[in-house]
Design a protein around this ligand. Structure first.
Ligand code: F6P
Length: 342
């Protein structure tokens, strides 16, 4: 059998570990071949490939990023390119395609699957917002990085009696903010799922200083936004992929808090540092298991599926179900932070 593999969307720690796992499992267990497509769907559309054998994936387990390269491709381009992609796959004799990616990549995988291409998806995203899987690899690494950074900010904030706002990634879902906030003892966590009221945030900040606290640490997901009428937030419009362009919610909130409370506020935007570097051991294991089970599914004919973590086991869920909606932070998980914030 010949497997095709590609990595789409934003890079994520653990992508290389999945590639290595698929190549090792496919070649060693099944005697199959693996063909990599460069730069995600773009490489498939443009027929840019690279053969992958055991030697090619040597040392990949610990390496961040993706050795295949990645790219975002607009949904319209993908829709228009289905026949083209089918042609390229057929020309290379690819029996099953294994796309590794987030919501956009898995939606494209579902489209191809509906068009008759045998596909087994692997979910990735540091945002952890893919439905149908308890976790995606990359999330644990991002939370670990964010937690370490927030730990460091505690000491500088208390030395200056400041409010420090940390903006973390999380476009539609606040999982990174929630987990890093809990892990690092943040006093305030703002997520996209629950629009904030700046007056309430200012009250929390003042309350903490009134009670004698030396500093306030707030974790703000990049996709967090104020309740309508609460405070203005600059609109960055949409990018070419239809994604909202962020304009720095933490910075704008910080300016508003300084004005309202008179406290000194500083903002740190963690940005892509959360996606860089080597994956944690947890993510290496999850990525390796995902790759192995995707390879097994491909060889057993379980197509149109995505590998998923359910409890401690790796299972398969239909791609249709996985892309039907995003997995956002439920109110009960935010409520749990109540005892530690405010
Ligand atoms: O989806 C993962 C993610 O890291 C989001 O948290 C973030 O908004 C986005 O990717 C950033 O994308 P880019 O690397 O294209 O700026």
């Amino acid at each position: 059998m010949r497997l095709g593999i590609l990595t789409g969307g934003g890079d994520c720690p653990g992508l290389n570990a999945v590639i290595r796992s698929v190549v090792r499992a496919a070649t060693t267990h099944y005697g199959s071949e693996v063909l990599g497509f460069r730069d995600g769907w773009r490489g498939l559309l443009e027929d840019r490939t690279t053969p992958l054998d055991v030697a090619a994936v040597d040392g990949l387990l610990t390496r961040g990023g993706t050795t295949l390269g990645s790219a975002r491709v607009a949904p319209e381009t993908l829709n228009a390119g289905i026949a083209q992609m089918k042609g390229v796959l057929a020309a290379h004799g690819v029996d099953v395609l294994v796309p590794i990616g987030g919501e956009g990549t898995l939606t494209a995988a579902h489209l191809l699957s509906q068009a008759g291409v045998p596909v087994v998806g692997v979910p990735k995203t540091i945002d952890n917002d893919i439905d149908g899987t308890d976790l995606t690899f990359g999330f644990d690494t991002a939370v670990s990085i964010a937690t370490e950074m927030i730990d460091r900010l505690h000491t500088t904030a208390e030395s200056h009696q400041r409010v420090l706002l940390v903006e973390v990634m999380g476009r539609h879902a606040g999982w990174i903010a929630l987990h890093a906030g809990l892990a690092a003892g943040a006093h305030l966590t703002l997520v996209p799922e629950e629009p904030f009221d700046v007056a309430e945030v200012a009250k929390i900040v003042e309350g903490r200083f009134d009670r004698g606290d030396t500093h306030v640490i707030g974790v703000v997901a990049e996709g967090a936004h104020p309740r309508p009428g609460s405070m203005p937030l600059r609109d960055g419009g949409l990018d070419e992929f239809g994604h909202r362009r962020f304009t720095g919610v933490a910075q704008q909130l910080g300016e508003e808090l300084e004005r309202r409370t008179g406290k000194e506020v500083r903002t740190t935007v963690l940005g892509h540092v959360q996606r860089g570097g080597t994956p944690t051991s947890f993510d290496r294991v999850l990525a390796t298991r995902f790759g192995l089970h995707a390879t097994i599914a491909a060889h057993e004919g379980a197509h149109g599926q995505m590998v998923a973590l359910r409890g401690t086991e790796i299972e398969l869920v239909p791609l249709a179900r996985a892309v039907a909606k995003l997995k956002t932070v439920p109110p009960r998980r935010m409520a749990e932070t109540g005892a530690f914030t405010g």
